[in-house]
Design a protein around this ligand. Structure first.
Ligand code: 6R9
Length: 647
């Protein structure tokens, strides 16, 4: 089967910041002499005290450590705002589109954003928040979310954004894990015409997190919400009382910038910690090169700020580059499946960056929703969050982009801070479904099960051989867990948790997670997290969760559940368990299938044989492999006989 390859359009090769020759040259330079390369790249930021040290990193246990630009100081909010004021104060920084197209959009200039951030930063200071304090942000996709992030960065507070779709229980866990004394929220969010009761969720969460002294509440929808005296304050009036100037805190390059909780293969979600200097260099550089971004262009990353993509490519990257970033509160299919492309036309968006799950959902609605819009402004498309199947890629390319826009399929992770393996639009001939080549300074390797390096065309575990500036620095409160999670599977390498193939032309093809993490609509879920939610239910004895193929979501959630003996497993209990998991974690963790079983298939040593559970969930039951080590092979027969997927 011959694979299509789309060459770089001539115009792109001529006009882009980086053509193929330049990519090769810069990549070489970044690997051969990282200090010289990064010393140059870091000049894109305004430093308060210039650094003299550049890369001081080791992935080895004996001298493990990751430090970049460690003696430099800077402020990221000043890099996103103040330095643009002289020349671009009246340029629109944030173009906000509400959930409902009948409501008014907002255009916020750099001058206005700077003012809002200063006032809010002063408000935080007035509530006793300063350098190193954790601030939990539980906000919808409104400009105030960016204001809150930048205000934290301005005073050196560490923000921890919790996606507004998470439940009160999940929110409480994240508040407690990092000991936040303050929560920023809104009365309600809006998504697809429905209200999300954010303030009510915070009230429930705080019953479990008594350390919170202040809740700042944005009146977004104007809904009536409860107000706890002395604890809850109104965002707009309290910020309005503050001065519009606020001296930015001088931060060391290695001072923490933010925590973002993400799921792993074991235990509770971990607080991924990013620091200031390296992350900023990585975010600004990758945003410029990957999107060939130039000031004045209208750029839209459709991710939520609750995920890392929203941090790096809605807020920090574009604002450091003095860009105009679109923030969208809504969803792709409300009021109808034309919504994305109507927003593209409305704002004349040139660069659109979205997730495969949304594209597959829109593709299923038919081309007419796309073709009835113009989209003439579009020049470049991007994809992130999960592997994009070639069919969806082709649809995106032909129908949305009309064959005119390159697609940058960017592979990266919360842990990596920004794009790691990606095409560059002026440099890389595209293969649909491949994330192509490494970003500057990134050394990907494929390893086999024994940890042997695979050369040439091969498939194996994707590891990164050396540090890059945007790398996470620790797990909040548990540095040992950081080392254990990422650097012990393969000694001396950062292990991504992803499987990957490299073809004969050196293109990388991410095949998906090879650990116990599933990717549902681009959202990472630890199977262990969903299992512990299930077993926390009083009628459940045991549970095992695996991923299953899902046409739109990429992966769905398949839960095997053993109830307590006296319980009758029926449809009513199924509905109850689904509701329970949504409540414990959030709607994104809703199981697609609940398969009751009197027992789980286990080895004689008591280990659940997940391989078999995965096969059944994939409805690939012809090749279950060796079942001879099972304690009770009849369990498998029962599962096969009761599988809801079998015809
Ligand atoms: C940025 C982000 C990370 C996981 C990652 C991988 C999957 C992300 C991808 C992709 C194939 C791409 N992933 N981008 N897989 N192609 N272009 O999504 O971060 O939420 O931490 O998820 O997502 O499996 O390991 P995060």
């Amino acid at each position: 089967m011959s694979q299509p390859v789309y060459p770089v359009p001539a115009k792109w090769a001529e006009e882009a910041l980086i053509d193929n020759g330049r990519y090769q040259e810069m990549y070489r330079a970044s690997i051969d002499d990282p200090d010289a390369f990064w010393r140059r790249e870091a000049k894109r930021l305004d430093w308060i005290k210039p650094f003299t040290q550049v890369k001081e990193t080791s992935f080895d246990e004996a001298d493990f450590g990751i430090r970049w630009f460690a003696d430099g100081t800077l402020n990221l909010s000043a890099n996103c705002l103040d330095r643009h004021l002289a020349e671009r104060a009246d340029t629109v920084a944030i173009l906000w589109e509400p959930d409902n197209p009948a409501d008014q959009e907002r255009r916020i200039t750099y001058r206005e954003l700077h003012e809002d951030v200063c006032r809010f930063a002063n408000l935080l200071r007035s509530r006793g928040i300063g350098k190193g304090d954790r601030v939990t942000i539980y906000l919808p996709m409104v400009p105030e979310a960016a204001v809150a992030m930048l205000a934290c960065a301005r005073i050196g507070a560490i923000h921890s954004i919790v996606f507004a779709g998470f439940s009160p229980e999940a929110l409480a866990g994240r508040i407690q894990d990092c000991d936040s004394r303050i929560v920023l929220t809104a009365d309600e969010g809006r998504r697809g015409g429905k209200a999300v009761p954010l303030k009510a969720n915070v009230d429930v969460a705080l019953a479990h997190a008594p350390g919170v002294e202040t809740v700042i509440v944005l009146a977004h929808t104007g809904a009536d919400v409860t107000k706890v005296d002395r604890r809850d304050i109104d965002w707009t009036s309290a910020a309005g009382d503050q001065s519009a100037s606020c001296e930015p805190e001088e931060m060391n390059a290695e001072d923490p910038l933010f925590i973002l909780y993400t799921s792993g293969s074991t235990g509770k979600p971990k607080g991924v910690l990013h620091t200031t200097g390296g992350y900023a260099v990585w975010a600004a550089m990758t945003h410029e090169y990957v999107f060939d971004y130039r000031q004045g262009q209208i750029y839209w990353c459709a991710a939520d700020v609750g995920w890392v993509t929203g941090h790096t490519y809605v807020v920090y990257g574009p604002l450091m580059n003095g860009g105009t970033t679109v923030m969208f509160e809504g969803v792709p299919n409300f009021p109808d499946a034309s919504r994305f492309w109507q927003v593209v036309d409305k704002f004349q968006v040139e660069i659109f960056y979205g997730a495969p799950t949304a594209l597959r959902a829109l593709m299923a609605e038919g081309d007419k929703w796309v073709t009835r819009t113009s989209r003439k402004s579009l020049r470049l498309l991007g994809s992130v969050g999960e592997p994009i199947n070639p069919e969806a890629w082709e649809w995106y390319y032909r129908v949305v982009g009309e064959g005119r826009c390159p697609i940058v399929d960017t592979w990266w992770q919360t842990e990596t801070g920004g794009a790691m393996i990606t095409p560059l639009p002026g440099a890389t001939p595209l293969k649909p479904g491949s994330a192509a080549f490494p970003m500057f300074g990134v050394r990907p390797l494929l390893l086999d099960g024994e940890g042997k390096i695979l050369e040439g065309a091969a498939e194996g575990s994707l590891v990164i051989a050396d540090s890059w500036p945007g790398q996470m620095r620790s797990v909040w409160g548990d540095h040992e867990r950081f080392f254990q999670t990422y650097f012990t599977t393969y000694r001396g390498y950062y292990f991504s948790g992803d499987g990957c193939r490299r073809d004969a032309d050196g293109y990388y093809w991410i095949t998906g997670r090879i650990d116990d993490v599933i990717n549902v609509s681009g959202h990472r879920m630890g199977t262990a997290e969903i299992e512990s939610a299930l077993v926390a239910h009083c009628k459940v004895a045991e549970a095992a969760v695996v991923g299953m193929p899902h046409a739109v979501k990429g992966q769905g959630i398949y839960a095997y559940v053993t109830t307590n003996v006296e319980v009758q497993p029926d449809d009513e209990l199924k509905a109850e368990l689904i509701k329970w998991v949504r409540q414990e974690i959030g709607p994104i963790a809703t199981p697609d299938v609940i398969h009751f079983t009197p027992a789980l298939p286990k080895t004689r040593s008591g280990k659940i044989m997940r391989r078999i559970l995965r096969k059944i969930a994939e409805n690939d039951t012809g090749s279950l492999g060796d079942t001879s080590t099972l304690a009770d092979p009849q369990v498998v027969d029962h599962l096969l006989a009761t599988s809801p997927l079998a015809e």
